[in-house]
Write a protein that binds this ligand. Sequence first.
Ligand code: SF4
Ligand code: FES
Length: 371
Amino acid sequence: MAEEKKLFKVTIDNITIEVEPGTNILTAARKIGGEVAPPAMCYYSKLQGSGGKCRTCLVEVAAGSAADPRPMPKLVASCRTNVMDGMIVKNITSEKVIDARKGVVEFLLINHPLDCPICDQAGECDLQDLGYEHGADGTRYEFKRRTFTKHSLGGYIQLHMTRCILCYRCVFVADQLTDKREHGVLDRGDHSEIATYIEKNLHNDFIGNVIDVCPVGALTDRTFRFKNRVWFTKPIEAHRDCDKCCGRVRLWLRGEEVLRVTVRKDEWGEVQSYDGKPGWICNTCRFEKKHINDWQIEGPTKVNRHSVIAQGHYVGVMKPEETIAKVMHGRAPKLLMDIHDVSDVNEPDIDLSAIPGPATSETFEKDKLDL
Ligand code: SF4
Ligand code: FES
């Protein structure tokens, strides 16, 4: 008879679960889900060695284990600390954590430009979300931000080093997914930068995945750059037979036009797995299959309702109840004013694009119009 595996009991924000020994606190918290899971800017469960760089996942360990229930003396990175049996962890229930996270956001933003209005990552940027949820109202920073010499990362990938938070995820992707890494983190301290050594282009088949793992807009897709804001696009799940990758992707459409192809991400912003393997996609699927007929459509992506991307889509929208019949006990009203028919604003003769300047109430006073 197979020996039963001993599980560790861990309590996070007053919720107790059992996990296998060797599980880190972050993964245990993700099993509970929701706000109990700390944010993560550098940890990526599908990339070996990731984590421990950004400190956004800090938690308080109120009791180390059942055997030694002393608290840990300082906050720990949950992605790099394994659970112990009987451990008690505080995430959103700890004031120290909330305060430290605010400091971490401030620190990450010291060198990050606030160029969200022109950044392609806006609307799906982890740092933007982190800033909204945990950031301070103002800035105390008075010095100049870092600047870098521009490096070309080939025809498909754009690097904006000023936006990089040095999470190392892209370096792990290049190391673990491609057979030839040509970029990495050069230099140290505030001179550290992601760069291709002597400006080499990156030609590996799977290098496009660096775009999807980048938590900020430091690595973006050149075939999508400035084409659209992400909240105006419609994500759908699609697949094709591909001899290099799993071929399961997310298409970002505007009408029938495929603006962008990405991996499918899970609720933690990581690539989804199929048959236990991460569904990374190849450059051909990502950059060269930009026609809707290249794909077999599966259906609309389920977008988290908190996401800004959800604002433009109407899947599962509840229509307000029609109350007239209910109020009138089934009788039809004798007189019903349809605002669309009587409102001057819907005056069909007025061509708004032909008037000089913005429309005002006078625009709709016909006799004053000179059109
Ligand atoms: S470029 Fe992006 S993925 Fe790479 S280290 Fe910087 S922030 Fe991380
Ligand atoms: S996610 Fe844990 S240190 Fe970055």
